[in-house]
Design a protein around this ligand. Structure first.
Ligand code: IPE
Ligand code: MG
Length: 225
């Protein structure tokens, strides 16, 4: 979800106004995904590299996240959406974590769509954590190093049990992956749009899905035809 700052700057508004409008996009797109029958939506809310931002912007983002987690509960329940978080909890304010945890618990039984929020997330840190776990298990003797396969690595990532993304959408035009789900997006279809996240509407999502649907996914093989 990129481009909140630029959206605000273009209007002579403070960056936080862009983030505020970004939340409205989250609501809109989440609802549209449910209607479109999408089973899982992962949103890159904050990367581990975003800590380089000014403390005032960071604390605003944390507050916004906490507020979203609380205010969204009724809608999430009504729409049948379950919620989880990937990323490091270290450094996230206790009140924000509490709001996330409570919403997670409250919505745990929902089965229509899963909403995964990447907060203080970085793929390299995630993979490093998985390596650490595997080494520890090998040292303890519960697994053998030679038995380690791709499934065992995937099962030790933050996203364990979740499907790999089919489609990766990046808003605001940057042609890079920015440390997002590096393992999981190996075969994801990419869609980059210049539209800034606060302007990203249901029609934009439909355009991305249409493009995705027209592509032939070969996963390294040959076309069926
Ligand atoms: C994305 O918008 C939202 C977060 C990273 C929280 P940005 O804040 O990165 O917006 P730009 O890139 O400055 O336009
Ligand atoms: Mg940005």
């Amino acid at each position: 979800m990129d481009g909140n700052g630029r959206w605000a700057q273009q209007r002579g508004l403070p960056r936080i106004e862009g983030h505020r409008r970004g939340v409205a996009s989250v609501r809109r797109i989440t609802e549209h995904c449910v209607e479109a029958g999408i089973e899982q939506l992962t949103l890159y809310c904050l990367s581990s590299e975003n800590w380089r931002r000014p403390p005032t912007e960071l604390s605003f983002l944390m507050h916004l996240l906490e507020q979203y987690m609380i205010e969204e509960r009724a809608l999430l329940l009504r729409q049948g959406i379950s919620v989880s978080m990937i990323g490091s909890r270290a450094g996230i304010p206790a009140a924000t974590l509490e709001a996330i945890d409570q919403t997670h618990a409250l919505c745990a039984g929902n089965q229509r769509m899963h909403l995964c929020l990447a907060i203080n997330y970085g793929a390299r840190a995630e993979i490093t954590g998985a390596v650490r776990r595997l080494v520890r298990e090998a040292q303890e003797g519960t697994i053998l190093a030679d038995d380690i396969d791709e499934q065992m690595v995937a099962a030790r990532l933050d996203t364990a049990g979740q499907p790999d993304p089919d489609l990766l959408i990046r808003t605001a035009g940057e042609m890079r992956v920015s440390n997002f789900l590096l393992w999981q997006i190996s075969y994801a279809e990419l869609w980059v749009t210049d539209t800034l996240w606060p302007d990203f509407a249901a029609a934009d999502l439909d355009a991305a899905i249409r493009s995705y649907s027209s592509r032939v996914r070969r996963f390294g093989g040959l076309s069926p035809s």
